[in-house]
Design a protein around this ligand. Structure first.
Ligand SMILES: *Cc1c(COP(=O)(O)O)cnc(C)c1O
Length: 398
């Protein structure tokens, strides 16, 4: 039998610290490795597999589209991108959609759109205020927006025009605003930062400030969107509307895609030649996107995520009460983190893997759970049992 891990070490860039498992197949919330071992998948491809693995609607849409037309480029019209844009517009109320291929590209497009808008309407304002501990992607523009020195420093100098303020502090945004400010860019709940849920009213306060100063509010819903937090977009629960929204991750049920949704008058500032991508709006990805979005809406998966999330949170709170290693449980819907008293996340993740559960060490001292929206109550209970055993095995705090 091929030693795939040895082959990976030989041929690929060694820029990932992967878990020692070769996954070959998935079904629903379960995946199997090349030894035939089964795992409950509570990483969900990092919030990508919203419908779980091998969902028939997504698989069938990909098969049919692959037989018909995989790619044509943006020199031409194609049907799936128009269908997906119409669906997203209907579900979001935003007039216009731009397609790309990943989260970081969606953020890049939003940054360029904000700068274009600032040049046309705000005397060349270009500065974007973002939050510390945020994550917006790895390309240079999105990296400059990301409030994490560990990701930024090795690649300096980064593009100028980004300012970072403490998370969950609307006053800090007000204080950082200058005549050069064009936009505020935030995640509704910080994902890679460790599932940091803001205080009630934070986003509404930022929205009011943006209105007062004529700034764009750009929300990065790449992780929180697609129903994960209990509504299709997390911003719906804050009773606000941003001007621009970035989507990616779960949008096409696992096929690479990204999107920017914007108010029509903002989107209108991009004219032919301003921005583009070869693969953006690719028929295969967009057909998968149409199947994914339709399934989320028809099966009311945001509501399901809210209910399942309550069960997950209740189970995790039991662990918090019972285990001294667990100091806090955070999250909303099916986006949750377990805070540990010490840097034991890698150890707990490894112990979960041994016991047949995939979880993610989002921070050295925090475990993140991002199961598919179709996760069952039994799977939630089983995952929490495994996590409890793994946490109990890990050393108690010294
Ligand atoms: C994952 C993520 C990104 C980057 O997406 P990629 O597809 O990895 O480029 C950006 N913003 C947020 C909030 C994310 O969770």
């Amino acid at each position: 039998m091929t030693d795939w891990i040895a082959e990976e070490r030989r041929y690929l860039f060694q820029n990932y610290a992967r878990q020692p498992v070769v996954l070959v197949r998935g079904q629903g919330t379960r995946v199997w490795d090349d030894q035939g071992r089964e795992y409950l998948d509570f990483v969900g491809g990092l919030a990508v597999n919203v419908l779980g693995h091998a969902h028939p609607a997504v698989a069938e849409a990909i098969r049919r589209q692959a037989e018909q037309l995989i790619h044509v480029s943006n020199l031409y019209y194609s049907v799936p991108m128009i269908e997906l844009a119409r669906l997203l517009s209907e579900v979001s109320g935003f007039e216009r959609v731009f397609f790309c291929n990943s989260g970081t590209e969606a953020v890049e497009a939003a940054i360029k759109l904000a700068r274009r808008w600032g040049r046309d309407t705000k005397g060349g304002a270009y500065e974007i205020i973002a939050a510390r501990d945020s994550f917006h992607g790895r390309t240079l523009g999105a990296l400059a927006a990301t409030g994490n020195a560990r990701y930024q420093e090795p690649f300096e100098p980064l593009p100028p025009g980004f300012l970072h303020v403490p998370w969950n502090d609307a006053e800090a945004i007000r204080a950082a605003t200058t005549p050069k400010t064009v936009a505020v860019l935030l995640e509704p709940i910080q994902g890679e930062g460790g599932v940091n849920v803001p205080s009630p009213g934070y986003l509404a306060e930022v929205r009011r400030w943006c209105d007062e100063r004529g700034l764009l509010l750009i929300l990065d819903e790449i992780q929180t969107g697609m129903g994960r937090t209990g509504s299709f977009f997390a911003f719906e629960q804050e009773r606000i509307r941003p001007d621009v929204v970035c989507l990616a991750k779960g949008l096409a049920g696992g096929v690479p895609i990204g999107a920017v949704l914007a108010r029509g008058e903002v989107a209108a500032h991009f004219v032919p030649g301003d921005h583009g991508t070869t693969f953006g709006g690719n028929p295969l990805a967009c057909a998968a996107g149409v199947a994914t979005v339709r399934t989320i809406i028809e099966q009311r998966l945001p509501e399901r995520a809210a209910r399942a999330g309550e069960r997950l949170m209740a189970r995790l709170r039991e662990l918090e009460d019972r285990l001294p290693l667990v100091t806090e449980v955070r999250g909303r819907g099916l986006m949750a983190a377990v805070q540990l008293a010490r840097d034991a996340a890698a150890e707990v993740t490894a112990r979960c893997l041994e016991r047949g559960l995939l979880v993610n060490a989002v921070r050295p001292n925090a475990i993140r759970l991002l199961p598919p929206l179709i996760v069952t109550d039994e799977e939630i209970d089983r995952a929490c049992e495994i996590l409890a055993a793994a946490l109990a095995e890990a050393e108690p705090p010294k």
